[in-house]
Design a protein around this ligand. Structure first.
Ligand code: AHM
Ligand code: MG
Length: 335
């Protein structure tokens, strides 16, 4: 990417979405209305994250979530902030969150309340207390035509290729929002002086290849043999100098991979035979983004976006990143 592409524009995310919508003759503006709820929520979360050491929001709530993980106070704040902002949008019928056991039905799905928003409110939350980057990931589906509104799970459990939009926000040295509606991947930086996300990169392309691999190698002995073989190969002279980078926040590891290329892997382990990451609100949205940017995402057997979900909080192995590197991993390991 050339330097001019990274020059901040005065175009805000709202202007960008509206402009892109105008290119579609049947656009009603509904969608920008929905996305603006997400940007509003993430601005509020960014503000909490920035003040995290100053106000009493660090540490745990004492609770355990549906995945058996310790719930951080900021997890709850982020979850309720997003749910609250979406709750004011009459075109959102259902929301699904990593932090909630069950979907929240805001309104019965109909031609007005047609969207389902699925999200991980604060990904990487075990990193909160040590000031490492964390993020929000979201996926947007539309209700299924001809399916009764009462069959809630049928509307939610749609394969990833049906997503109408997806994105993430990373709370880091700056707050960055990246989204796609199937028309390229676009990146914005929150300008705190005006409270708006400003366009910094349009139509991002992930490098086709990259020599950075990102995996929790401490689990090496638990990984399938093929993954172990790949990990052996990257260390050989003939591989040509790979680097390992692992932050332990999916959003942050993915963000780096999108910009610099390489591969992120969370394979099955003995402890988590289906991997750790969740299909609906982690793997699917990131897979949609990476494919739009020219990369690839697989579970080792099939394309992530083709997977037909069977449960709300289903997990999946995830190999995602530059196309050539994903293919290389698959040449060592496929299920
Ligand atoms: P979370 O959604 O509860 O924060 O868990 C998901 C996180 C990802 O951000 C990250 O990639 C992964 O867990 C790290 O797992 P591990 O500590 O096993 O490497
Ligand atoms: Mg997560």
């Amino acid at each position: 990417m050339d330097a001019s592409a990274a020059k901040p524009s005065i175009k805000t995310i709202q202007q960008h979405i509206l402009e892109r919508q105008r290119a579609h003759p049947n656009a009603t503006g509904e969608f920008s209305f929905l996305l603006s709820a997400i940007t509003l929520a993430t601005k509020i979360i960014a503000d909490y994250v920035r003040r995290a050491g100053l106000v009493d929001i660090l540490g745990t709530t004492g609770g355990i979530n549906v995945h058996g993980e310790v719930v951080q106070k900021l997890d709850v704040i982020a979850n309720e902030t997003i749910a609250g902002c979406l709750g004011y949008r009459d075109n959102v019928g259902i929301i699904v969150s990593e932090e909630d056991d069950e979907p929240r039905i805001l309104k019965e799905l109909d031609s007005r309340a047609q969207y389902i928003v699925l999200f991980d409110p604060l990904d990487g939350s075990s990193n909160i207390d040590v000031n490492v980057s964390i993020g929000t990931i979201f996926s947007i589906l539309q209700r299924r035509e001809g399916v009764d509104a009462g069959r809630v799970m049928d509307h939610i459990l749609q394969p990833g290729f049906r997503q109408v939009a997806a994105g993430y926000v990373i709370y880091s040295s700056s707050t960055v929002m990246t989204y796609t509606t199937g028309d390229g991947v676009h990146m914005f930086v929150l300008d705190p002086s005006i409270g708006a996300f400003r366009l910094t990169r349009e139509n991002i392309k992930i490098p086709k290849a990259g020599k950075t691999y990102s995996i929790n190698e401490a689990y090496r002995n638990q990984f399938p043999k093929g993954i172990q073989d790949y990990l052996d190969w990257v260390k050989l002279d003939e591989a040509g100098g790979y680097a390992l980078r692992y932050i332990g926040s999916l959003v942050a590891d993915f963000h780096r991979t999108m910009i610099q290329g390489g591969v992120f892997l969370y394979p099955p382990t003995k402890k988590a035979p289906e991997g750790k990451l969740r299909l609906l609100y982690e793997a699917n949205p990131l897979a949609f983004l990476v494919e739009q940017a020219g990369g690839a995402a697989t579970d080792g057997r099939e394309r992530i976006l083709d997977k037909v979900p069977t449960a709300l909080h289903e997990r999946t192995p995830l190999i995602i990143g530059s196309r050539d590197e994903v293919d290389r991993v698959l040449s060592y390991w496929s299920r």
